[in-house]
Design a protein around this ligand. Structure first.
Ligand SMILES: CC(C)(COP(=O)(O)OP(=O)(O)OC[C@H]1O[C@@H](n2cnc3c(N)ncnc32)[C@H](O)[C@@H]1OP(=O)(O)O)[C@@H](O)C(=O)NCCC(=O)NCCS
Length: 174
């Protein structure tokens, strides 16, 4: 049973169903995955350095991350070994376009390595996040994509997401 309180996510692995797609399976990330996850995270979010990703992952995977940093991370692992994708999720108290009054599961990061795309791995990672969110009592799963990331938008919509609001953010130096 996963409990959500004081920003801490406490997890019992046996309760998560393992999801298999041809050639591999989705499972929860462990501390042993930190190195490969660092590489994949750095590819997805190059604005952060490998050192920054690595140190965030150490916190997350050791269960020490608190508040917004506390993530549940799923990885896709080939049967012969090697990770080819990950999805990071957490509860948010609310998300644009979702019903208010109950937390929603939120897809914070979703990535499949280039040579492994279009084989259903992204879909299986998402299914694991949906199962996880349902288990938390969520009725909705939310996510976002950069406006220029058409692949991500297509994948979201192919997998059942419907667009919420589209916003433009602004900044001004002070
Ligand atoms: C988005 C991403 C995770 C999808 O992973 P994936 O393993 O390729 O996804 P799937 O194979 O499960 O695709 C599911 C469906 O999404 C749609 N889709 C995925 N990639 C697509 C593409 N390049 N063009 C059009 N539709 C696409 C298809 O409908 C696909 O089903 P199909 O192959 O049966 O037609 C992957 O493309 C990726 O890592 N992209 C770079 C990082 C990124 O943008 N992440 C999202 C950040 S918000």
């Amino acid at each position: 049973m996963l409990r959500f309180g004081e920003g801490a996510l406490i997890f019992a692995e046996r309760e998560i169903r393992e999801v298999h797609v041809a050639g591999g399976r989705v499972r929860l990330a462990t501390r042993d995955d930190a190195e490969v996850l660092t590489r994949m995270r750095t590819e997805l979010w190059p604005e952060g350095t490998a050192e920054e990703h690595s140190s965030e992952l150490q916190e997350i995977l050791s269960g020490e991350a608190r508040g917004n940093k506390a993530m549940t991370i799923f990885v896709w692992e080939a049967h012969e070994g090697g990770l080819a994708g990950f999805l990071e999720t957490r509860l948010r108290s609310h998300a644009d376009g979702c019903h208010e009054g109950r937390p929603v599961g939120y897809v914070e990061g979703w990535f499949v390595s280039k040579g492994h795309r279009r084989r259903g791995i992204g879909a299986e990672l998402l299914r694991a996040a949906e199962d996880w969110a349902r288990r938390q009592g969520c009725r909705e799963l939310a996510s976002d994509a950069e406006i220029e990331n058409e692949v991500s938008q297509r994948a979201h919509e192919a997998l059942g997401f419907r667009p919420g609001s589209r916003v433009v953010t602004y900044r001004k130096s002070l």
